[in-house]
Design a protein around this ligand. Sequence first.
Ligand code: TMP
Ligand code: MG
Ligand code: ZN
Length: 198
Amino acid sequence: MNLQVKDGWIEVIAGSMYAGKTEELLRRVRRIQFAKKKVLIFKPKIDNRYSSNEVVSHDNGRIESIDIETTEEIYTHCAPELPYAIAIDEVQFLGPEVIDVCENLADKGVRVIVAGLDKNFRGEPFGIMPELLARAEFVTKLDAICQVCGAPATRTQRLINGEPAHYNDPIIKVGAKEQYEARCRHCHVVLEKPNGKK
Ligand code: TMP
Ligand code: MG
Ligand code: ZN
């Protein structure tokens, strides 16, 4: 019997905007760096809100990152030698290929840490997040504070000129404080779906 403990698993950090997902990702990355282990940090190129080639949290924590256009690029950076860990911020923007990349790297002994929005502005699961949440060994769900009532916020309100966005608005819209608020279930508003369902 082999009792040796092996590295390699998937950690997901999920939640609404302003819940501290990127802060938590950066905290884990810094601990790995303190331990002098190699960690590669990726983020999809689409998210250029604060900076390119850096992961930046809303309260301005930052760390150097590799901006990727395709998930394949993660493999390129993991050769010839696998890192101890990889971290991906804003993972909700990546396509389904990222699932296999995370699984393969974790199988090979890499600690995979990903952070992303669990729900889009409609309050529905965001892209590949449900699948990643199900496959992960470790899940951390963070909440923010509802900007209307002060309760724990688990959703993200999109505002267009100060008004709630319509259900049919595009899912992807990069932005921060000017367009998005953290809200609880009860204060979250989506203008109606065409079939009348909320
Ligand atoms: P954050 O989780 O680091 O705060 O960033 C979330 C990003 O996702 C931000 O650029 C806004 C964007 N976003 C969408 O594209 N669609 C959505 O439905 C929501 C809620 C956010
Ligand atoms: Mg973030
Ligand atoms: Zn509220």
